[in-house]
Design a protein around this ligand. Sequence first.
Ligand SMILES: Cc1ncc(COP(=O)(O)O)c(C=O)c1O
Length: 474
Amino acid sequence: MDLQQLKPSREQDAAIYLQLYRRFRESIASGKLRPGDRVPSVRSLASELNLARGTVEKAYQILVSEGYFVANGAAGTVVSPRLGNLAEAGRAKVAAPPAGAATRELDEAGKVLPFQMGFPALDAFPRKVWARLAGRSLRTLEIATMSYPDPSGYGPLRRAIATYLGISRGITCSHEQVFVTAGYRGALELVRHTLLQAGDLGWYEDPGYILARQFLEHSGLRLEPVPVDDEGLNVGIGQQRAANARFVVVTPTHQSPMGSALSLPRRLELLDWARRSQAWIIEDDYDSEFRYHGRPLPALKSLDRDGRVMYTGTFSKVLFPGLRLAYLVVPASQVGKFRDTVNYLPGPGSILPQAMVAAFMEQGHFARHLSKMRAVYAERRAWLVDALATTLGEQLSVQPQAGGIQVLTYLNTRQSDKALTTAAEAKGLAVQALSDWRMRKSSQGGLLMGFANFATPEEAAAAVRRLKVVMANP
Ligand SMILES: Cc1ncc(COP(=O)(O)O)c(C=O)c1O
């Protein structure tokens, strides 16, 4: 390696020996210096870089004491051969961000991009109420919010969630069964560590929620794609393909992204399969609060007589995703195991936001907010659907969806949905390709669109016109 790359700068604030020490560490992490490589003697490096010998010696001493270098007496000093893994990790190629990940962030002006999915209507959130609750929590700073958090979640929030689920989702549970988690992935992580093992096989809806799929695969689980149709997850096909699976992840209220509800016969079939094969059902009830026609079926969990369903809900859609709060309801028989596991995981984090959500629920703001948002979303959805019909009616067919805050459209053209999404992204439009949500290939392309943040019909119409331009010249 070119030793001049190690040369410290006189202009930096950090002491010269510290700079030298850091340069060596960086060279090791990036693979420029490999485990076992001989490093120059103190004398030769000092003269090469025009430094005092004492300065180089000091840097080498730290590198030896921290295990980066091994001094072999007269044989010289080498990069520790035991650093093999570290150097590998440093050289590892950074994986490309998952498809759709970019659309989780706001644009440079701090705004939600047109069609961006996963965001509730941020403009309609009752910020004043929230700020008042926050102010109160911070001013009073009750002792209960200053201690170490309960790793299962803040008690009053767990109680508020149990009450809410009883009323709105037909789930009878005690607060002991409720675990507050850092987002939906926190809930999946908790199930993964408590009930599953690396290599376990599970059914996954195809198409299905892309981020959770990537998370589960990353956690060492194997997923068997199971198709969905108008009745939701095809339980019969799941049994044919992988009857011995250990778990299934399902969105029964409003399949993500196709929008169908899991029919009652299939719910019973799924519960029966789980009972017979002692498999776990992870029910993802991410947006059941928003429904525009028909009554939602109660949660699958409400039919769970054998304690096989792990129910999850999130505050990302009903409040806002920056909170990073979700929850998991486990069968009473499993509470002990889950209580053990939470002691070894990072948990849901700070108590204060949990205390604010609890107050928001207890004081009736939550119920008011939800009922206001149902009307807001019904209106915004209609703006988008109308604009699509007027401007892109021939190119796209809007799929009927009873709820949610996104719209699925099928492409009537023979264009590739992935290519269109890439072209749209370049123009600042955050539509997503249905193909990216699929595990197996299908000829039916589609575009997924969020509508929650269109504040006026004109905004929705303008975004659709921009999409039309992209579709005409992809
Ligand atoms: C299908 C589905 N499940 C769960 C979630 C909730 O995820 P999180 O709690 O990480 O925001 C989302 C959010 O977009 C979702 O689309």
